[in-house]
Design a protein around this ligand. Structure first.
Ligand code: HEC
Length: 118
C-alpha cells in the first residue's frame, strides 16, 4: 500500500511538472498584483485625469483640484490612503473593499509620484 501510494504520488508529480511547463506562461498576470498604473487608469483617471490634473469632463464638472494644488499636497500620505479607502464626500466612492489596503497605499504613492511630474 505504501509503495502504491508513493508511485501514484510520483505519477501525479510528473503530470503536474509537465502541465506546469506546458500550460503556464512564464509570468501570468495575477490579478492580485495588477499594475498600480493600470488600476489608476482604469478606475481613477476618469475623474483625476491621467496626469492627476483632473482636467477631465467629470473632473471639471465636480470642480476637482489638481493633485499638485497646495492644499492637496499638504495632505499626508495617510490622508490620501484614507480618501481612497473611504471615499470623499458625495463624489468619490470608497475603494477600500474593492481594492484592499495595499493597493490603496500603492495608488496613493503612485499619485504622489504623478504630482511631482510637470
Ligand atoms: C467620480 C470621480 C472620482 C473617481 C472615479 C475617483 N476620485 Fe478621487 N476624488 C474625487 C473628488 C471629487 C475628490 C475630492 C477632492 C478634489 O476635489 O480633488 C477626490 C479626492 C481624492 C484624493 C484626496 C486628495 C485630493 O485630491 O483631495 C485621493 C488621494 C484620491 N481622490 C484618489 C483616487 C483614486 C486612487 C481613485 C481610483 C481608485 C479615485 N480617486 C477615483 C473624485 C473621484
Amino acid at each position: 500500500m505504501k509503495v502504491l501510494s508513493l508511485s501514484i504520488f510520483g505519477v501525479i508529480l510528473a503530470a503536474w511538472a509537465m502541465s506546469g511547463t506546458a500550460a503556464v506562461p512564464a509570468s501570468p498576470p495575477a490579478p492580485a498584483q495588477q499594475d498600480v498604473k493600470e488600476v489608476y487608469l482604469d478606475k481613477c483617471a476618469v475623474c483625476h485625469g491621467e496626469d492627476g490634473a483632473a482636467q477631465t469632463a467629470r473632473g471639471k464638472k465636480l470642480k476637482m483640484k489638481d493633485i499638485r494644488a497646495a492644499d492637496v499636497q499638504k495632505q499626508t500620505q495617510a490622508q490620501w490612503v484614507d480618501a481612497i479607502v473611504k471615499g470623499v464626500g458625495q463624489d468619490m466612492d470608497a475603494y477600500g473593499k474593492e481594492l484592499g489596503a495595499e493597493m490603496s497605499r500603492k495608488l496613493a504613492d503612485y499619485m504622489r509620484e504623478l504630482s511631482k511630474k510637470k
